[in-house]
Ligand binder design. Structure first.
Ligand code: GLY
Length: 350
C-alpha cells in the first residue's frame, strides 16, 4: 500500500491548496454528504483550489454506505468526465471517507483521493489507514479494499461543528488507542473534561492518537498481525451495533465501541489478568459518558451469531484482540461460546 501523508493543519485553505497541488490531476471532484454540505461546506467552498471542483453529494448516515450510493458516485464521476487522472476529495465523516475511498479505488481501476475528515471519528480512525468499503447484505464493511488516501488533512476547525455525542463517538476510538498504547495516554484520556471542552488540548490529543494508529498501520497495513490491535472493543462493539440497528435503536459507532471495550476488557481481565483497577476505572468512565446499552439474555444467541461474522475470525472460531495490561496487546485470542456468554452477563449487569 502507498504511504499516506498526514497533515495536521493550522490553516485549512493553505493545507488543502498544498495537498491538491502536490498530486497531479486533470479534474477535481469533491464527495460529501448532505449534512456535511450544510454544516461544513461553507468552511471550504470559497477556497480557490476548489473553485473548479465538481461536487457530488450523497445522503448521510451509515445506512447509505450502500451499493446504491456507490453507484451514484461512479455515475457522477463518469457524467463529470472523470478520467484515470482525476482526483477525489472526500469531505465528511467515516461514511464518506470509506465509501469515497472505495469509489476512488475502483473507478477506472483507481484514481487518487484525499481525505478531509470532518468528524472526530473519521479524524482518528476511518480516514487513516486505507480501509475503504461499503455495507452489504446486512453486514458492515462487507465489500471493500485496502487502499490509502494519498493525503489526510486533520483540521480542528471541524471539531467545533460537532455536538457532544459525536465528540464522544470519536473519543471512544481515542480511548482504544490509549489502551493499546501506554498508561500515560490512557490516564490523560480518562481525565478529559467534556463539560468544558478545551479544543486546543483535544486537537493535540487527536494528533497523538492518529500517530498511534499510523505507526501500527505502517507496520502491518493489510491486518495480517498487529493491526488487529486496532480492533480492540470492536468484536463485541460491532455485534452490539448490528443488534441495535436490527431493532431500530440508533447507536453511534463510537458508543458501540465504548461498550465493546467494557466487554473485551472484562475478557482480558478473566483470561489474561488485565488489572482489575484499570478495568474498573475504564468501565466507570464509559458508563459516566456513554451510559448503558440494555441487553436481554434472550439476545445473547443473536449477539454471538453476529460475532461469528467478524472479519478477524478464522476457521469458524471467534478471535478477539485482548490486553494483558495497558499497551500489552494479545491478538488472535480464540474465545469460547461459554466465555462470550459470561462476558455478556458482565456487560448486562454492569
Ligand atoms: N479501524 C481499525 C483499522 O483501521 O484497522
Amino acid at each position: 500500500m502507498q504511504a499516506q501523508e498526514i497533515i495536521t493543519s493550522k490553516n485549512l485553505g493553505e493545507s488543502l491548496r498544498q495537498a491538491v497541488a502536490a498530486i497531479e490531476h486533470d479534474r477535481l471532484f469533491v464527495l460529501t454528504d448532505d449534512t456535511t454540505l450544510k454544516l461544513c461546506w461553507s468552511e471550504v467552498c470559497a477556497l480557490p483550489c476548489l473553485s473548479e471542483a465538481n461536487v457530488i453529494s450523497i445522503p448521510p448516515t451509515d445506512e447509505n454506505k450502500s451499493l446504491e450510493a456507490l453507484t451514484h458516485v461512479w455515475a457522477e464521476l463518469q457524467r463529470g468526465g472523470a478520467t484515470r487522472h482525476s482526483m477525489l476529495l472526500c469531505l465528511g465523516g467515516g461514511m464518506v471517507t470509506d465509501l469515497g475511498g472505495f469509489a476512488a479505488s475502483t473507478f477506472k481501476r483507481g484514481i487518487n483521493y484525499i481525505n478531509l475528515p470532518t468528524t472526530l471519528l473519521a479524524m482518528v480512525d476511518a480516514s487513516v489507514g486505507g480501509k475503504t468499503g461499503i455495507n452489504f447484505g446486512g453486514l458492515k464493511n462487507e465489500i471493500g479494499v485496502f487502499n490509502t488516501a494519498r493525503c489526510v488533512i486533520l483540521d480542528a476547525t471541524f471539531l467545533r461543528t460537532l455536538d457532544l455525542r459525536n465528540i464522544l463517538s470519536g473519543y471512544a476510538e481515542m480511548l482504544k488507542h490509549g489502551l493499546i498504547s501506554n498508561v500515560e495516554d490512557w490516564a490523560e484520556l480518562l481525565s478529559f473534561d467534556f463539560e468544558r471542552i478545551d479544543y486546543p488540548h483535544l486537537t493535540e490529543m487527536v494528533g497523538k492518537s492518529v500517530l498511534i494508529k499510523q505507526r501500527i498501520v505502517e507496520e502491518d497495513p493489510l491486518e495480517r498481525g498487529i493491526r488487529k490491535a486496532l480492533n480492540l472493543g470492536h468484536t463485541a462493539g460491532h455485534a452490539l451495533e448490528s443488534l441495535a440497528l436490527g431493532e431500530g435503536r440508533t447507536v453511534l459507532h463510537g458508543y458501540a465501541v465504548a461498550w465493546g471495550l467494557i466487554c473485551e476488557l472484562y475478557l482480558s481481565a478473566k483470561r489474561l489478568s488485565f488489572p482489575k483497577d484499570k478495568l474498573q476505572q475504564t468501565v466507570r468512565f464509559i458508563k459516566e459518558h456513554y451510559g448503558s446499552f440494555l441487553i436481554d439474555c434472550k439476545e445473547y444467541d443473536r449477539l454471538y451469531e453476529l460475532m461469528t461474522h467478524d472479519k478477524k475470525n478464522t476457521a469458524g472460531q471467534i478471535n478477539f484482540t485482548l490486553l494483558a495490561d495497558i499497551g500489552d496487546i494479545r491478538i488472535n485470542q480464540v474465545v469460547s461460546k461459554e466465555e462470550i456468554m459470561d462476558m455478556l452477563d458482565f456487560f448486562r449487569e454492569t
